[in-house]
Design a protein around this ligand. Structure first.
Ligand code: SF4
Ligand code: SF4
Length: 180
C-alpha cells in the first residue's frame, strides 16, 4: 500500500514483553512530563481570585446606553438586528406617549429588546450598525447560567441604570485608534 509518510506503525496483537507488562518505564516517562511542568510558568489563572487582563479590543456583553438626561437612546430601528450575522437580536417597537419625554429620547423606543447570548458571537456588528450610539459591547462577561432561557438577555439585563452608567468612552477611543 502506498503511504504519504513513513510515520505510520503497523498495529499488532503481539504478546507484551516483561518490561511492557511491568508498566514502570511507561509510568516513569509520564512522571517525567508531570515533574517537568512543576518548573514551568503556569498557563492557567485561579479565577475568580486572579483576573486575566483582557485585550483592549475585547468584546464582552452588551449594554444599552442612556443619554446624558437618562433617556433610553435606542429607537428600535432594527438596524442592529439586521446587521447581526447570528440573528441573535429581537425587539418590539412602541411609540413614545405624552408624558414619557424624560424616558425615551426618540419618538419610538424598544418596548422589548432581547439578545440571545448563546447565539451571539461578539462580533460587534450591532454596535457598528447603530445610528443612535445606543448599543455597545463592554469588557463585562456573560455569566454562566443553569438554563438556556437565562441566556436570553432582556432590557432588565442590558439597559444601564441611571445610577450606574457604564463608561464606554474608552472603548470608542480605542475603536477609533484601531480604525485609523
Ligand atoms: S455582537 Fe455580533 S452576533 Fe452578537 S448580537 Fe451583536 S451583531 Fe449579533
Ligand atoms: S440599538 Fe441602535 S440599531 Fe439597534 S434598534 Fe436600537 S437604535 Fe436601532
Amino acid at each position: 500500500m502506498q503511504r504519504l509518510t513513513n510515520r505510520s506503525k503497523v498495529v499488532s496483537n503481539k504478546e507484551m514483553t516483561l518490561k511492557e507488562r511491568a508498566y514502570i518505564p511507561a509510568i516513569w516517562t509520564g512522571m517525567k512530563i508531570t515533574f517537568g511542568h512543576f518548573f514551568k510558568k503556569p498557563v492557567t489563572t485561579a479565577y475568580p481570585e486572579q483576573k486575566r487582563i483582557f485585550s483592549p479590543v475585547y468584546r464582552g456583553r452588551h449594554v444599552l446606553k442612556r443619554d446624558d438626561e437618562g433617556r433610553e437612546r435606542c429607537t428600535a430601528c432594527g438596524l442592529c438586528a439586521l446587521a447581526c450575522p447570528a440573528e441573535a437580536i429581537t425587539m418590539r417597537a412602541a411609540e413614545k406617549k405624552k408624558g414619557e419625554e424624560n424616558l425615551y429620547r426618540e419618538e419610538k423606543y424598544a418596548e422589548k429588546y432581547e439578545i440571545n447570548m448563546l447565539r451571539c458571537i461578539f462580533c460587534g456588528m450591532c454596535e457598528d450598525a447603530c445610528p443612535k450610539e445606543a448599543i455597545f459591547l463592554t469588557d463585562r462577561l456573560v455569566l454562566p447560567e443553569q438554563l438556556r432561557e437565562e441566556f436570553v438577555y432582556g432590557k432588565d439585563k442590558l439597559l444601564e441604570t441611571v445610577e450606574n452608567r457604564i463608561d464606554v468612552s474608552q472603548r470608542q477611543i480605542k475603536k477609533y485608534t484601531i480604525e485609523k
